[in-house]
Design a protein around this ligand. Structure first.
Ligand code: ADP
Ligand code: 5GP
Length: 203
C-alpha cells in the first residue's frame, strides 16, 4: 500500500465532478488530478483543455494494445482511459490523486485497487441535472439527450461506492468532499505509513 490517497469520483455528466475537483485542488496543494486520455474533441470554448490528453482513435488503440491503461471505457460514444504510468508517477512522487472516471471505469478499478476511495456525486434530481447541463452549454442537443439517458443508468450504481455526496448546495458539497478527503488521509493505515509510527514508539 502506498501512503498517498487515491480518490475516484464518478457522477453523471453535469453532476459536478469538475467543479468539485477544482475546489479540492485549490484547497489541498498536495492533490493532483489524474489527466485522462480521450478520443472526444475538446469543447469549443476550450474550458476543458487542461482536463484531458485529447488523442486520436489510432493512438487510443495503440495504448489499449500496449496495456497502457489501468482502466478504460466507452462513455457517451467516445473512449476515455487512465494511464497506468501517469498515475504511478503521481503516486510515487508522493501526491494524493483525484480521478474523474465513469461508473464502468471505477468498477474496473475497484476490483484491482481497493485502497482507493470511491465517491459518487449524485445530482439533487434528474431535472436539476438537465438544467445544469443546459446552462453549461457544452453539448449539442443530441449529446445532451444521450448524457441524460446514460445518467439514469449511472445513478443506479451509486451504492457500489464508499461515499455519496448529493450535490445540491455547492458550498455544502465542497465541504463534504473535503471532509471525506481529510478523514481518509487520517485513516489509521495511512497515518501509520506516513509517520512510521512503530519506529517512533521504539523510542
Ligand atoms: P461534470 O464535470 O460532472 O460534468 P460540472 O462540474 O461541469 O459537471 O458541472 C456541471 C454544471 O453545473 C457546471 O456549469 C457547474 O458550474 C454547475 N454546478 C456544479 N455544481 C453545482 C451546484 N451545486 N449548484 C449549481 N450549479 C452547479
Ligand atoms: P466529459 O466528456 O463530460 O468530460 O466526460 C464524460 C465521462 O467520461 C464522465 O463520466 C467522466 O467521468 C468519464 N471519464 C473521464 N475520464 C475517464 C477515464 O479516464 N476513464 C473512464 N472510464 N471514464 C472517464
Amino acid at each position: 500500500m502506498n501512503e498517498s490517497l487515491c480518490m475516484v469520483l464518478s457522477a453523471p455528466s453535469g453532476g459536478g465532478k469538475t467543479t468539485l475537483i477544482r475546489a479540492m485542488m485549490a484547497r489541498f496543494p498536495n492533490l493532483k488530478h489524474s489527466i485522462s486520455y480521450t478520443t472526444r474533441d475538446p469543447r469549443s470554448d476550450m474550458t476543458d483543455r487542461d482536463d484531458y490528453h485529447f488523442i486520436s482513435d489510432t493512438e487510443f488503440d495503440r495504448m489499449v494494445k500496449e496495456n497502457a491503461f489501468l482502466e478504460w471505457a466507452e462513455v457517451h460514444g467516445k473512449r476515455y482511459g487512465t494511464s497506468r504510468k501517469d498515475l504511478k508517477s503521481l503516486l510515487d512522487a508522493g501526491y494524493d490523486v483525484v480521478l474523474d472516471i465513469d461508473v464502468q471505469g471505477a468498477l474496473q478499478m475497484k476490483r484491482i485497487y481497493r485502497d482507493a476511495v470511491y465517491v459518487f456525486i449524485l445530482p439533487p434530481s434528474v431535472d436539476v441535472l438537465e438544467e445544469r447541463l443546459r446552462a453549461r452549454q457544452s453539448e449539442t442537443e443530441e449529446n445532451l439527450r444521450r448524457r441524460l439517458i446514460n445518467a439514469k443508468r449511472e445513478i443506479n450504481e451509486f451504492s457500489k461506492y464508499n461515499y455519496v455526496v448529493v450535490n445540491d448546495d455547492l458550498d455544502t458539497s465542497v465541504n463534504q468532499i473535503e471532509s471525506i478527503f481529510i478523514a481518509e488521509r487520517l485513516s489509521t493505515r495511512r497515518v501509520a505509513l506516513r509517520q512510521n509510527i512503530k519506529k517512533r514508539l521504539k523510542g
